[in-house]
Design a protein around this ligand. Structure first.
Ligand code: NAD
Length: 251
């Protein structure tokens, strides 16, 4: 913990909107926040798993395709109506959709990946800011990736949209800090969720260590407990007592 951290910050009674909250990292963060007494509004296209998890956590689920700006606005409105406001926006929905460039370029896959991973975060920020302002401040945490900070060979389009999210967050951080809204990015290396199901073998062959989802949750909580803004937190597998080693961009 550094001098700017807020280790005693309580999340009880806080309201969190989590995109991609039905599975993987979003679902794990939802469990953790709900366990600490927060109200969670899960927003996802996976209605079945989202509804079941919301029920389990005594939260709420809304079907939300983050490619549609109106869906994000409706999700925030649902959080305000159901729980009285919004304190945390975790803009986490994302896909890894490999497409090559030059010969095997798939324009539909490209547009889908950019629309979910980049446009979805932009629309999410736009929807969340008025509600956070109405509350007197709060947190926006976007899930980017290690691929947005350093070169990874597997998916150049993923690297492009995740680097754009890091750039967005860096610009927004100082802009919104004066209104007590902290905007930061969570940048995991590879983590054990469905998203890497198709690439796990390649990753393991290439010697990449794979994070437990619990490591990513710890990093999310550390961001939430910090006073930083416009920062990208690089989450890498390390010793159990030191799950992340870099804060901000390398170099
Ligand atoms: P996941 O596949 O388990 O979860 C992704 C969730 O996003 C799913 O619930 C899915 O239904 C939802 N989603 C997909 N398209 C959507 C849309 N259009 N609108 C709303 N929701 C949508 O994978 P995950 O690893 O938990 O991914 C969460 C985030 O973490 C993503 O942004 C991903 O890029 C990022 N990330 C993952 C890893 C990793 O190795 N797992 C590493 C770095 C970054």
């Amino acid at each position: 913990m550094d001098a700017t951290s807020r280790p005693g910050r309580s999340h009880a009674g806080k309201v969190a909107w989590i995109t991609g909250g039905a599975n993987g990292i979003g679902a794990a963060v939802a469990r953790r926040l709900a366990g600490e007494g927060a109200h969670v509004l899960l927003a996802d296209i996976d209605t079945e798993r989202g509804t079941a998890l919301a029920k389990e956590l005594d939260g709420a689920f809304v079907r939300c395709d983050v490619r549609e700006p109106e869906d994000s606005k409706a999700a925030v409105a649902a959080a305000v109506e159901r729980f009285g406001g919004l304190d945390i926006a975790f803009l986490n929905a994302g896909v890894a959709q490999r497409t090559g460039i030059g010969g095997d370029f798939d324009i539909a896959a490209y547009r889908r990946a950019m629309a979910i991973n980049l446009d979805g975060v932009v629309y999410g920020v736009d929807a969340a800011l008025p509600a956070l302002r109405a509350r007197g401040g709060g947190d926006i945490i976007a899930t980017a990736s290690m691929a947005g900070l350093v070169a990874t060979p597997f998916d150049p389009i993923y690297g492009a949209n995740k680097a754009a999210v890091v750039g967005l967050v860096r610009a927004l951080g100082p802009n919104h800090l004066p209104e007590n809204i902290r905007v930061n990015a969570l940048c995991p290396s590879f983590a054990d969720t469905d998203i890497i199901a198709g690439t796990r073998e390649d990753l393991e062959k290439a010697g990449f260590p794979i994070l437990e989802v619990a490591d990513v949750v710890e990093a999310f909580m550390a961001i939430l407990g910090s006073d930083g803004a416009g920062e990208a937190w690089f989450v890498v597998k390390g010793r159990p007592s030191e799950p992340f080693r870099f804060r901000g961009a390398p170099g």
